[in-house]
Ligand binder design. Structure first.
Ligand code: 4NP
Length: 158
């Protein structure tokens, strides 16, 4: 199973989600069954490490994002991944606009699986420290909900 997490710049939200989802998949014993990647719909930060504030906030909770590098969404992603999950509705609209007609992947919001009413992870880039803590809270819950969904899918197909 392959999961692609998508935000705007690929330096704050989606790398945070990638690091946390990988970590939690390892704890759940599913790391060999699920491949995780992230990207941005925008291309301003290609090749860059995650935002320092995102890395520091994640590190305080025990998640290491330092090895990740930003990349931009490409058409091939719609064929390579089973799930393409956006952090907010603007980026979901971009996914829907780019999605080739013969794409079989599930396209939706990352927080669709978290059981929250609010289904968006707000962009923390232009805000303060608290925005990054909020991203972590939402992403931790989203990752757990998504792992439950993936476990169900894997059990149904094995
Ligand atoms: P992200 O945050 O989409 O969570 O990575 C942003 C990063 C950079 C910019 C906007 C959002 N930017 O405008 O450069």
């Amino acid at each position: 199973m392959r999961v692609l997490l998508v935000c705007l710049g690929n330096i704050c939200r989606s790398p945070t989600a990638e690091g946390i989802l990988r970590h939690k998949l390892e704890q759940a014993g599913l790391a060999t069954r699920v491949e995780v990647d992230s990207c941005g719909t925008g291309g301003w930060h290609i090749g860059k490490a995650p935002d320092r504030r995102a890395m520091a906030a994640a590190a305080r909770r025990g998640f290491d994002l330092s090895g990740l590098r930003a990349r931009q969404l490409e058409v091939d992603d719609f064929y390579r991944f089973d799930y393409l999950l956006a952090m907010d509705r603007d980026n979901l609209l971009v996914l829907e606009a780019w999605c080739p007609p013969d794409c079989r992947a599930h396209i939706g919001l990352f927080l669709d699986f978290a059981g929250y009413e609010n289904k968006e992870v707000p962009d923390p880039y232009f805000g303060g420290k608290q925005g990054f803590e909020k991203v972590l809270d939402l992403v931790e819950a989203g990752a757990e909900g998504l792992i439950d969904e993936l476990r169900r899918r894997l059990e149904a197909t094995s």
